[in-house]
Design a protein around this ligand. Structure first.
Ligand code: AMP
Length: 217
């Protein structure tokens, strides 16, 4: 059993790396952002509550977020562990996750702190395109698709996330610094934090991550 947290600002590469990990680690990636976007698309009550916060780049309140993640990790496929992507994002969420995992006889095993300078985050977010079908992520400059607007992997149509506009991007980075960055100290004091240089190319970041996870197992 292994429970891993991917920590890092918006655009740090959590989604990309979480996907890469799936090839060698047989546990699901649980992305709170993806869960919210799925609820938005299905126009659920939860999606309706989350929409305004997401559009502004603010965090959805803890009680809503924690409840959503708690029901996701109670599902059978999460019994052997989870790669958490984008959760927790506040100290309150981290404490709740500790409680939830403890009740399941588990605990956080390692926290991968994917460090990327704020200026680089902005540059990455500005060029980001996502596949509407399979979720693959592209960048206009750094990793463009072969045929404009079409996913290389599945042929799906690429789109820019609604929260990938300049004002929201800046807000999301600030919110990260104010509300999420304190988690670095929270997990460092528990001896769980491993620093990853997120400014290296994706494959190198992936190798650092694999080494850190294998060392923690
Ligand atoms: P992400 O895809 O992780 O960048 O998340 C997109 C948006 O969903 C964020 O800007 C928040 O509005 C919301 N969100 C995702 N995860 C969380 C979380 N753990 N706590 C609060 N809000 C979240």
């Amino acid at each position: 059993m292994v429970d891993i947290i991917l920590l890092g600002g918006p655009g740090a590469g959590k989604g990309t790396q979480g996907e890469l990990m799936q090839s060698w680690l047989p546990i699901p990636r649980v992305s709170s952002g993806d869960l919210f976007r799925d609820n938005l698309a299905r126009e659920t009550e939860l999606g309706r509550k989350a929409r305004g916060y997401m559009e502004k780049g603010e965090l959805v309140p803890d009680e809503i977020t924690i409840g959503m993640v708690a029901s996701r990790i109670a599902q059978a496929d999460c019994a052997k562990g989870v790669v958490f992507d984008g959760f927790p994002r506040t100290v309150g969420q981290a404490e709740a996750l500790d409680r939830l995992l403890r009740e399941m006889g588990r605990g956080v095993d390692v926290v991968l702190n994917i460090a990327v300078d704020a200026g680089v985050l902005l540059e990455r977010l500005a060029g980001r395109w996502t596949c509407s079908r399979c979720g693959e992520i592209y960048h206009r400059l750094f990793s463009p698709e072969k045929v404009s607007g079409v996913c290389d992997k599945c042929g799906g149509e690429l789109f820019q996330r609604e929260d990938d506009n300049r004002a929201t991007q800046e807000r999301r980075i600030l919110v990260y610094q104010e509300q999420t960055a304190p988690l670095e100290a929270y997990y460092r004091s528990k001896g769980l934090l491993v620093d990853i240089d997120g400014e290296r190319p994706p494959a190198e970041v992936g190798a650092q991550i694999r080494q850190a996870v294998e060392a923690a197992l």
